[in-house]
Design a protein around this ligand. Structure first.
Ligand code: ADP
Ligand code: ZN
Length: 216
């Protein structure tokens, strides 16, 4: 056996995190979200967190060296036959090339790159309405997944808040950064025959089922 991986690619608001949660529950994939790892580093006040925070607050990408360092460290933890599901990585051509080189070196295999396709309007509406529990991290949406009591988590009673980069201006910036720096990965993976387009604008369970079918 060797390391195997899939990648969830998509604009902010496409549902990468939501899909990853569902797939993780139904498979043996280890979920690797660079966004979550960076937010944890910020909360823990580590040097990586301090470096990343400025970029994330502005909706800009964190430098490739920082990202590669945390991803490589994560690959050491899963063992020689781990199954990884990358969410939010790679996000630049440089990250994709370095990932390829590292996979070749390790004899690891990238099997699928799922492009979660949504319109700009859907991304804007999802991110603008997203609310997250400060205590347990559960996700809500003011219209699509409203909590029973406004501003309060259904699971734990914690207070709901917006992610710092979910302000209107930062959302627009993140969408622009996706077009400029990440969208080029679609052609990169298409050429390798790895790209799978998934419509991610419908109900969550339909998109999950679509991905699960293609993973068979
Ligand atoms: P979203 O896809 O909705 O923007 P993420 O949690 O994946 O949410 O990412 C949040 C932020 O974390 C990004 O705007 C960026 O600043 C940083 N980030 C996450 N992954 C990467 C990556 N692979 N390369 C550079 N920056 C990243
Ligand atoms: Zn909660």
């Amino acid at each position: 056996m060797s390391i195997q991986a899939i990648v969830l690619l998509g604009a902010p608001g496409a549902g990468k995190g939501t899909m990853a949660e569902a797939i993780r529950g139904a498979t043996a994939f280890i979920h690797v979200s660079t966004g979550d790892m960076l937010r944890e580093a910020i909360n823990a006040g580590t040097p990586v967190g301090r470096e990343a925070e400025v970029f994330m607050r502005q909706g800009a990408l964190v430098p490739d060296e920082v990202i590669l360092k945390i991803v490589m460290a994560r690959l050491e933890q899963g063992g020689p036959d781990a199954l990884y599901m990358f969410d939010g990585f790679p996000r630049t051509l440089e990250q994709a090339r370095l990932m390829d080189a590292e996979f070749t070196r390790r004899g690891a295999k990238l099997s699928h790159v799922f492009l979660l396709d949504v319109s700009r309007a859907v991304s804007l509406e999802r991110l603008g309405g997203r609310r997250i529990c400060r205590r347990c991290g559960a996700n809500f949406h003011v219209r699509n997944i409203p909590p029973k009591k406004a501003g309060i988590c259904d699971n734990c009673g914690g207070e709901l808040s917006q992610r710092p980069d979910d302000s209107r201006a930062t959302i627009l910036k993140r969408l622009e950064v996706f077009q400029q720096q990440t969208a080029g990965l679609v052609a990169y993976y298409e050429k390798r025959g790895l790209l799978q387009r998934v419509d991610s604008s419908g109900p969550r369970d339909e998109t999950v089922a679509d991905i699960m079918k293609r993973l068979q």
